[in-house]
Design a protein around this ligand. Structure first.
Ligand code: F0G
Length: 465
């Protein structure tokens, strides 16, 4: 079989190159596993044109930022995308119709006054990526990577997933007229996410292994079959995910917050946000870097251990276990990229318990926002970082909420019914969470019963306050 490349001759735009993150080898083509042909490490996309842009940074900022704003009013699909709106910082297309877009991005930045009070900081915000078309941050990367998959002439795209990547990939493949192959760990992803890829027409395989096993298999598959891999090892994904940070800074009028806090699983998203921050500083779009911190579940803490036990030099992989299934990953592919951005921005890396995750999720829900468990690690982590003095009360903090509340209804139902930690090691510790639980109440269909319930709820509220 001939060696596959990820870019067909003649379609690769000249605006970017692939660079190995370890040996810095530069190339115009990437192998199908997106690994360096010399040392085997991951590739990133770099833009030689930035060098020419930097001397003009005074004008650049005003021209680009006003162009990006103006595009919001345009009727063209590429301008309405909250990703392609920022296309000056993305691999370029020959024409705008090439983009496969579901109008992703354009997600809100909410303030979180109650959570701010709970954690002891005054300025706390949530960038809610769960309000993307398929309900997670993956869409921002998928629009770019799926577009380049189609430009390179691939008929099949594939991913290993804990559920959100697969939902997103299946949707963008369907929009772009490609077939998709999903590899997910059997019994370890939520039905909501699985049902999405079914509806979008993916060939969905539930493999008897964990996420890490699925990803290992995919890496072998892409070397044997003409399928294009859409995991975050694919650097085009990370380019799209960079726009989260661009849009956030636009929403903050280009004034960087002191801290950005993001959940860590396979570590693509933290790497993408960090890359965006570094590029924005290089181009003079922001005067200083926020600290980017990564939070993991205690049971899936490979990066935490990599930093603490190996000084970030080699990966300490773990057998992952957490109810935050989106981040149930023990062998994160982008660990080296994440270490680099943590070092460059001066961020922290922490782990949080299952009980702390459930509590934080309920607290975010109580603000009328809601998110999936993996996203809630950010608030749980912030509490720790404030206690440690790493985040100061007067500093501004942005939590990246990565997935929608509706992505994992089983978790939410079990929490409110009091079943989440039943008969487990955390049962005792979780009893303190009772005030946050709002179980459904089954009643006779009488006015009396409803009024009595209302009165009891009012009384309970008065006792709490
Ligand atoms: N939050 C959610 C909701 C996720 O789905 C994921 C990853 C993460 C956080 C972690 O992001 O991997 O870039 O560090 N989900 C992947 C998936 C692995 O297959 O859907 P990361």
């Amino acid at each position: 079989m001939p060696p596959f490349t990820t870019s067909a001759p003649g379609v690769r735009p000249p605006s970017f190159r692939f660079r190995c993150i370890a040996c810095s080898d530069l190339g115009d083509l990437a192998a199908q596993n997106f690994r360096c042909s010399h040392c085997g490490d991951l590739l990133e996309i770099v833009y030689p044109s930035f060098k020419d842009a930097v001397p003009h940074e005074a004008n650049l900022k005003s021209i680009w930022t006003s162009t990006w704003k103006d595009r919001r009013l345009s009727q063209s699909s590429i301008d309405q995308s909250g990703v392609w709106r920022f296309r000056e910082l993305l691999p370029s297309l020959d024409n705008n119709d090439q983009a496969i877009t579901l109008r992703e991005g354009n997600t809100p930045l909410y303030d979180l006054p109650q959570c701010a009070r709970i954690t002891g900081v005054t300025r706390l915000f949530a960038k809610h990526q769960g309000l993307n078309p398929t309900g997670s941050f993956k869409d921002a990367g998928m629009t770019v990577a799926a577009t380049f998959a189609r430009l390179a002439g691939f008929r099949w795209v594939a991913c290993a997933s804990t559920g959100n990547t697969s939902a997103s990939m299946a949707a963008y493949a369907a929009r772009g007229g490609m077939r998709s192959l999903v590899l997910v760990p059997e019994g370890k992803i939520s039905w909501s996410k699985l049902s999405q890829s079914l509806d979008y027409g993916a060939v969905t395989c539930q493999l008897r292994t964990d996420f890490d096993g699925c990803l290992r298999l995919l890496q072998e598959l892409v070397l044997r079959a003409p399928v294009y891999q859409l995991n975050s090892i694919n650097p085009f994904r990370l380019e799209g995910q960079k726009t989260l940070a661009l849009e956030l800074l636009e929403q903050l009028d280009w004034q960087p917050p002191d801290h950005i806090i993001v959940p860590g699983g396979n570590l693509g998203n933290s790497s993408a946000i960090g890359k965006a921050l570094l590029e924005m500083r290089e181009l003079g779009l922001i005067p200083r870097l926020p600290k980017l911190s990564v939070i993991q579940a205690e049971g899936a803490n490979a990066l935490v251990r990599t930093l603490r036990e190996a000084g970030g030099k080699c990966l300490v992989n773990v057998q992952a276990e957490t109810r935050a299934t989106a981040i149930r990953i023990g062998n994160p592919a982008s660990w080296r990229k994440a270490v680099l951005v943590l070092e460059a921005t001066g961020g922290a890396c922490e782990q949080v318990s299952e009980v702390a995750i459930a509590q934080a999720k309920a607290e975010i829900g109580a603000e009328g926002i809601g998110c999936e468990p993996a996203s809630a690690v950010t608030l749980a982590g912030l509490k720790k970082l404030v206690k440690q003095g790493f985040v100061k009360p007067e500093e501004s903090v942005v939590l990246v909420l990565t997935g929608n509340l509706l992505k994992d209804p089983d978790f939410t139902m079990e929490f409110h019914r009091g079943d989440l930690f039943k008969d487990g090691v955390d049962e005792k510790a979780s009893s303190a969470l009772s005030p946050l639980r709002h179980p459904p109440i089954i009643l006779d269909a009488t006015l009396d019963a409803v009024i009595r319930t209302l009165e009891q709820a009012e009384k309970g509220q008065a006792e709490k306050s």
